[in-house]
Ligand binder design. Structure first.
Ligand SMILES: C[S@@+](CC[C@H](N)C(=O)[O-])C[C@H]1O[C@@H](n2cnc3c(N)ncnc32)[C@H](O)[C@@H]1O
Length: 220
């Protein structure tokens, strides 16, 4: 396959894994995004009994690590790919059976949850796909309790520029640009951690990418 159509296909799978390639895309993301999830896990401030939502969980492999790190969390997940919802259910039978995890299909600009329901919300590698971040951030502030925290995991602009598929339909943010966006939409950014990952294979290319974890508290 010529190179541009290949990268376009990859970009559309990353935005919304679908069809025959969905399961493979989920597995590849587990490899390429493991360091970012580890960074998120190291920076979460969560306690037993809290309610936590992940937006855009891919195949949901990370829920088990989070549940193991902080016992007694109540977890929810929403992803707009039906294939990823199915994969996440398949990958987490125990958590779902004991009522600790609920996964749902839907989009982060129309969250099917009550206002003030969550102590924390997180999204890892999802903000690039939001065409109007204000609509998604408005929903996230609505479902967070006062003082609740939104954690964003993402690769900053300089890393996105190293990934050829990220030219197709991704919005790139520098760390400062994303911080500014959060601060214009109802959050106070309290912690920013930016690290260089070890070399990782992404889309067949070995890259040394940066990962950012940004913690932003809902104002009011
Ligand atoms: C690049 S993947 C990231 C998956 C996983 N979080 C990771 O970092 O490996 C983006 C995921 O977010 C989902 N997604 C993208 N936009 C979304 C939206 N507006 N609402 C819900 N899910 C979304 C996609 O279906 C996909 O599973």
């Amino acid at each position: 396959m010529p190179i541009a159509p290949f990268y376009r296909l990859m970009a559309s799978q990353l935005r919304r894994p679908s069809g025959l390639l969905a399961r493979l895309t989920g597995r590849k993301m587990n490899e390429s995004n493991a360091n970012m999830y580890r960074l998120m896990l190291d920076n979460f401030q969560l306690q037993a009994g809290q309610r936590v939502l992940e937006i855009g969980f891919g195949n949901g492999k990370f829920f088990a690590d989070l549940a193991a790190k902080t016992a007694g969390l109540w977890l929810w997940g929403i992803d707009f790919s039906p294939e990823m919802v199915r994969e996440a259910a398949r990958n987490n039978p125990d958590l779902i059976q004991r009522g600790s995890l609920q996964v749902t299909q839907g989009s982060s600009d129309r969250l099917p949850y009550a206002s003030g329901m969550f102590d924390a919300v997180y999204a890892c590698n999802v903000i690039y796909f939001w065409q109007n971040p204000e609509a998604h951030l408005a929903e996230i502030t609505r479902v967070l309790r006062p003082g609740g925290v939104f954690y964003t995991g993402f690769r900053p602009r300089e890393s996105m520029q190293d990934m050829p598929f990220a030219r197709y339909g991704f919005t790139h943010y520098s760390t400062g640009e994303w911080q500014g966006c959060l601060e214009r939409h109802g959050f106070r950014v309290e912690n920013v951690v930016q690290v260089q990952d070890p070399e990782t294979k992404v889309g067949g290319i070995n890259l040394r990418l940066q990962s950012v974890c940004m913690a932003a508290r809902k104002l009011g």
